[in-house]
Write a protein that binds this ligand. Sequence first.
Ligand code: FE2
Length: 286
Amino acid sequence: MDKKYQNNHDYRELALVTSGQPCSDGAGVQLTRLIGNDELTMLDPFLLLDVFQSDKPQDYIGGFPSHPHRGFETVTYMLAGHMRHKDNVGNEGVISANGVQWMTAGRGIVHSEMPEQESGLLKGLQLWVNLPKAHKMTAPHYQEFSADTITVEKREDGGEVRVISGKTNNDITGVVINHFVEPTFMHVTLPNNALFKQNITKEDKAFIYVISGQVSIGNTSKTLNKEQLGILEGGTCIKVEAGSETSFLLVSAAPLNEPVVRSGPFVMNTKAEIMQAFSDLQNNRF
Ligand code: FE2
């Protein structure tokens, strides 16, 4: 590792911790919304983060029937169970645990996201990544990767880093190709007491979501527990110590610093563009 990071302890620290808010979306799917609620409206360029987790079919069976999006990207990452994506551009696929669907809605797409099971545990996350003003009307695009096609960095301590996008300190690069916002999206699994470091650009926004176990962050060693999201601010290196066997997502990206106007499934820069999106949908221009 670059000596600079070892010597000056320029680490990110936990600036905000949230457990999100319960809500329901789609056809009655029970969720916890961690970003995109009253408490945390966004973390530029991340507009929304939902976690769904239930072994009760009535909590998820309705899924997310056909609905539109414009102006951003949706990233679905599964931890248990199966989710089928189908869209009006001709893409269709199912992912299971540790698989990812990365959809660039761009100028408009209509898709459905349906659980591919009638019983058992369904668990996963959906992240919305905003698109820059200059590319909101780009052609829709869909990328899908199953667990066995995702790059995995094996650590000496027995842990692993699943690199969905971005690059680790050991130059392992993720499988998802992004042309607009280029987020880092990693799923890190560590044994107890392990130490994980990831360099980050000073200006980038970053969060960690703890899937299991607990971690402590930075020099202050503030703790982040299971099912909590922590926003990391400050330095140019993220330092995480495992307080138990743990698994977490690390997500970061450069902020867009552009105006955001959102209405349901559309996220644009002005009210007029939102009105246009509703008009285009009604007139079958998606
Ligand atoms: Fe969707």
